[in-house]
Every structure is written in structure tokens, then in C-alpha cells.
Design a protein around this ligand. Structure first.
Ligand code: KIV
Ligand code: ZN
Length: 602
């Protein structure tokens, strides 16, 4: 809504002065039977068609960032910032851009002139200028347009009963007269710019709260003056200047209007929703189902009060339904950076598609599902995107996968495993993921904040790799025994003797035993000489890099006589030694069970 709307002497007299009214008003919400507000009336349209339609093509987009968005900024953009923003809008693919209200301020006039004089408007882009239905303003607007090949002159006046009564004190015919005289003047001035193709837009401002028959009457009166054709139609912009009802009511209003308008083919119906009830996107989407062809809005929903409709969200909503939005948000971070710099506004961390946190899952079950979905996703760029919890492939809009999973106390094993695997190549066995997931949850609870991948890795090292007391493996070798009767030189040994030196709280112990493999022989040696009973439940290993010098990591799960299970893990360039160290690590963990692990500030 325009802040410079003029009041007239005919406005109705209020019973109290503004100061008296303020004093009478009580703070706080009314309770029980609410008389202060009333529901918006439903629209009589029993055979409404919009609920069973789908949007199958992009609308005509018109950015109003440089006008509606800019006028709502505490510090409006400078001419330089406007030019930068204009270029961004052109690069994104906007073909219609409202560049301001040149008659309202010198800066907007100068900006318009720079666009023309520096030839900054591409051949396929039309700029739009807003003007109130007032003679002097319309004339000044035409001065701003000199030398431009194409322009949309956007005329508006307010039409709702509330505005008619309290702001203008005018009857319906008087309000129609303002619009008709404004359009007649535009028609009269158009020949003064013989090299400019002038198109017109008319907005019955506050359409959302205007009686439908009156909106129709005023729009048809304006059309009669301009005499649009199907080849060169007028734009009728039906603004939800203030969002006053649910989106279905908005859709009914638009469908009602489209169905009743005479010469429907001579008008492009445009939507311009604001977001007072937080449903601007929904209202616009339903308005498109109801027959509108064009959408005015802003990037990230900047604009008066709660903002205009957010075109980024609308466009990407279309994209995720398989419809080409004809706007390119492949590098949404760059778009956001220019937007934030020029408007000095922030994009909320939960803002659809663009917010910092929208590709981040904190909850364990979400992390797990995303992890599995990513692994199952066909990597071909044209393959159908099917990853749980992610309605869009973050890569399509220049966001990365790395930030998808972050770890806090609600996170589960899947997220932790994802971080360790994607950042450090550690592929824990499934049951170990459960064990380490609990360790991380406890740490995150104590730490009271989100854990970084480095902190998770540090916790992994402390929990598994740095378990070196009371036992520490100092030396280890094996002797293979082959069955003398076997003819096969490559046959596996029939038995293995392990000889090891183990430090127990720093004191060396030589141990030795026979087993059916190195791990089994070492377990036997430990059981015979150093620890009570335990056995190996599972074993896994993989390399941590490429090449013969690469380290391997081994994971061993043991069960103690009390039935408790513990994992151990160890790395070494020799896989056999990694396995034995993992057994030692698991035993140390069993001994130290229930002692906490701490992480340092990351
Ligand atoms: O919100 C509104 O009604 C406007 C009009 C000038 C179109 O911005
Ligand atoms: Zn607006």
C-alpha cells in the first residue's frame, strides 16, 4: 500500500479526537465473545472451479521490489543499489519490473532516467511505473518516461468501503470518477511519447476488502476509457492490499471477477497479495487456480508491514511441482546476498528454500531417512528427486549437501554416522552407530549446543581410538601353523600363535596363545593371562584412504561375562594390528564403562 495516499476534505468526521480515542482503548486481547473483530464474508460462488484446477505454467512475473519493497524499507535503496537490484532482477529472468513511483520522489525520477539514459533496460524487459490517479502526478510520470521504448503505466486508487468512508469521504461514483479521469489523462498523454509503446495497468487498491460488484464496475469503467484489445490488453491488478481473509476467499474473489468481467480476453488479471495473515503465498497460488495470469511480488517477501508475496517461494514451489518457473534461482545464496545488502533486511533462517536452516535436519529419524534417501537417489540430473524431508534437491539452487545434517541432543545415529562417513570416511557398522549415537547424545546434552563435525570426530577418537589404559598393545607378532598333510601351498593356516607385549598400567606383560586366527589367538592369550572371560561378537574393517600406505580402520564388538557389549576401533597401516588394537580398545572401554567423554570448544 502506498504511504502517500492523500486524504480529502470530505472524509467522515470521527466522534473522538485521535488522542481521546487512544485513551479510551484498552490494552490486551478481548476474551470470550469477540466483538472487536468479525469474520470476512464468504463469496457466493457455489460452482467455483478453482479447487479442482492445477497450475501448469508459470504466470507473468512482475517484481515490485523497487517500489512496494523499497518504500517499506527503513533506509530506502540508493540509486546505485537500485541499479544493482534491477540488474539482479533482469538476470533472474523478470520481464516486467516496477521501478518506482517517479512522480513521488526525485530519487525515483532520477533512477528511471538513469535506466533510460544508460540503456540499462534489455529489449525483452518492460519497466512499470506507479502513479496515483492525480493529474500532476500523471504528467510528471510521463516526463520520466521520455525516450523509453516500452512502459507500463500503473494507475491506482483505493476502492474499499472503509477507505471511501474514512479516508476520502466519497461515494462510489466519485471514486469511479477519479479512476476514469486518471485513465483518460494517461490516454491523452500517450501520443506525447510517439516512440513509446505504453501499456496500462489499473489497480483498485484494497480490492481484497472491496465489494466485488464495485471492483468490477470500476475496472470496466477504466477499460471503457482505455479501450484495450485482445492483442494489446490492459492489466487489471486485483490487490490484497491487506490480507483480510483465508486464501480460499481470495480465490473466490478472483474467480468471481474473472467470470463476470466483460471482454475478459482484453484484460490480463494480475495478483498482488500482501501477507498480513501469513498466507500470501497460498492466496496467490489459489488466485492462479482461479484464473489470474500474472503475479506481482518481491524477492523473499519484502514489502509493507508483513510484506508482499514472496516470488522466490512461489517460483520454487512451482518448480517442485514439475513446472518451469521461468525464473532462475540456481544460485540462491548470491541472490540472497544482494538482497540483504541492498535492503538491509535479513532472510529468516527458516525461510523456504533460502534460509540457513532449511536443508538441515536436527532430528535423528529425519537424518536417518535423508541419509538413506541420498544413498538411494539416482544421480542422473534428470532423475526424479525422491529424498525424504527434502522437497527440492539443494544442489538445484546452489545449496550444498554438507550442511544437511547437524548434530544436537535430538540427533540420532543416522546423522552422526553420516557426518563421520561424509567428513572423515569412517563407516561404522550399524550396531556401532547405535552405541556411538548414544555417546553423542549424552555429550550434546551436557554441552547444551549443536556439535560440529570436528567435535563429533574428536568424540569418536576419544571414545574408541584413544582407549589406551589399562591395556596398551606394545608389540605383536603371529606364527602361522600349516597342516603338514595339505598339498595346497596357499591354504589358510590351521592354527596361529600370537605373541604380544601388552602394557598393563604401564607394566609390560608378555602373553602368548594359539587360536584359529590372529584375533582369536590374541583373545585367548588375553583371557589366559590378563582378563576374565569375554568373546568377540562382530568384526568389520575398511581402508581409510587409497594406496598401499593408506591406514585401515578395524571395528570389534566384544561381550563381557555380564552380557554387556562394547565396541572398540583402531587404525593402523597394518590391518591385523588395527584389529588387535581394536580388541584392546574394546576391553579398555569395558573396564572404563560409564566414564564420560568430553569434547573441547570447536
Ligand atoms: O498493495 C497495494 O494495493 C498496492 C497497489 C498500489 C497495487 O501496492
Ligand atoms: Zn502493495
Amino acid at each position: 500500500m502506498i504511504a502517500t495516499q492523500s486524504t480529502t476534505k470530505g472524509a467522515s468526521q470521527a466522534p473522538y479526537s485521535a488522542k481521546q480515542a487512544l485513551a479510551l482503548r484498552q490494552a490486551g486481547m478481548q476474551r470470550g465473545s469477540i466483538t472487536k473483530y468479525q469474520p470476512f464474508s464468504q463469496i457466493e460462488l457455489p460452482d467455483r472451479q478453482w479447487p479442482s484446477r492445477a497450475v501448469t505454467a508459470a504466470p507473468i512475473w512482475c517484481s515490485v521490489d523497487l517500489r512496494d519493497g523499497n518504500q517499506a524499507l527503513a533506509i530506502p535503496m540508493s540509486v546505485g543499489e537500485k541499479i544493482e537490484f534491477f540488474k539482479l532482477l533482469v538476470d533472474l529472468g523478470f520481464k516486467e519490473i516496477e521501478v518506482g513511483f517517479p512522480a513521488a520522489s526525485q530519487i525515483e525520477f532520477d533512477f528511471m532516467r538513469r535506466l533510460v539514459e544508460e540503456d540499462l533496460i534489455p529489449n525483452d524487459v518492460t519497466v512499470q511505473v506507479l502513479v496515483q490517479a492525480r493529474e500532476a502526478l500523471i504528467e510528471r510520470t510521463f516526463e520520466a518516461l521520455h525516450g523509453i521504448p516500452r512502459a507500463i503505466v500503473h494507475l491506482y486508487n483505493s476502492t474499499s468501503p472503509l477507505q471511501r468512508r474514512v479516508v476520502f469521504g466519497m461515494s462510489r461514483p466519485e471514486i469511479i470518477d477519479i479512476a476514469v479521469r486518471g485513465m483518460a489523462l494517461i490516454k491523452a498523454l500517450a501520443p506525447s511519447l510517439p516512440d513509446t509503446h505504453i501499456r496500462v495497468e489499473y489497480s483498485p487498491e484494497s480490492f481484497s476488502a472491496t465489494e466485488l460488484d464495485f471492483s468490477l464496475e470500476i475496472c470496466e469503467a477504466v477499460m471503457e476509457v482505455w479501450e484495450p484489445t485482445a492483442a494489446d490488453p490492459i492489466i487489471l491488478n486485483l490487490p490484497a492490499t491487506v490480507e483480510v481473509a483465508t486464501p480460499n476467499v481470495h480465490a473466490d474473489q478472483i474467480e468471481w471477477f474473472c467470470r463476470h468481467l466483460r471482454h475478459r480476453d482484453r484484460a490480463i488479471i494480475s495478483l498482488h497479495t500482501h501477507n498480513d495473515r501469513g498466507a500470501g503465498v497460498a492466496a496467490t497460488e489459489l488466485g492462479l487456480l482461479a484464473g489470474a495470469q500474472r503475479v506481482e511480488g518481491t524477492l523473499f517477501g519484502n514489502g509493507e508491514r508483513t510484506g508482499n508475496v514472496d516470488i522466490v517461494t512461489l517460483a520454487l514451489n512451482l518448480y517442485t511441482q514439475g513446472v518451469d518457473p521461468e525464473l532462475d534461482f540456481s544460485d540462491i545464496n548470491a541472490v540472497r546476498a544482494i538482497y540483504e545488502r541492498c535492503t538491509r533486511m535479513d532472510v529468516h533462517p527458516r525461510h523456504p528454500y533460502a534460509g540457513d536452516l532449511v536443508f538441515t535436519a536436527f532430528s535423528g529419524s529425519h537424518q536417518d531417512a535423508i541419509n538413506k534417501g541420498m544413498a538411494a537417489q539416482d544421480p542422473m540430473p534428470s532423475a526424479l528427486w525422491q529424498v525424504p524431508y527434502l522437497p527440492i534437491d539443494p544442489k538445484d539452487i546452489g545449496r550444498s549437501y554438507e550442511a544437511i545434517i547437524r548434530i544436537n541432543a535430538q540427533s540420532g545415529k543416522g546423522g552422526v554416522a553420516y557426518v563421520l562417513e561424509s567428513e572423515y570416511g569412517i563407516q561404522m557398522p550399524k550396531t556401532m552407530q547405535v552405541e556411538f549415537g548414544k555417546v553423542i547424545n549424552d555429550i550434546a546434552d551436557q554441552y547444551g549446543a549443536e556439535l560440529t563435525p570436528a567435535q563429533i570426530h574428536q568424540a569418536f577418537q576419544q571414545t574408541y581410538l584413544e582407549q589406551q589404559t589399562p591395556f596398551r598393545l606394545e608389540a605383536f607378532r603371529t606364527l602361522m601353523h600349516h597342516d603338514q598333510s595339505s598339498q595346497d601351498a596357499d591354504a589358510s593356516p590351521s592354527a596361529v600363535t600370537c605373541v604380544a607385549r601388552v602394557l598393563v598400567d604401564g607394566a609390560p606383560h608378555e602373553i602368548s596363545a594359539v587360536g584359529n586366527g590372529p584375533i582369536n589367538a590374541f583373545v585367548n592369550a588375553m583371557k589366559e593371562e590378563l582378563v576374565a572371560d569375554f568373546n568377540i561378537l562382530s568384526y568389520a574393517e575398511h581402508s581409510l584412504g587409497e594406496g598401499s600406505r593408506a591406514e585401515a580402520i578395524a571395528y570389534i564388538q566384544i561381550r563381557t561375562p555380564s552380557g554387556e557389549t562394547f565396541f572398540g576401533a583402531a587404525t593402523d597401516t597394518n590391518i591385523e594390528r588395527a584389529s588387535i588394537k581394536a580388541v584392546v580398545g574394546a576391553l579398555n572401554r569395558a573396564i572404563h564403562a560409564h566414564q564420560g567423554v568430553r569434547v573441547t570448544e570447536g
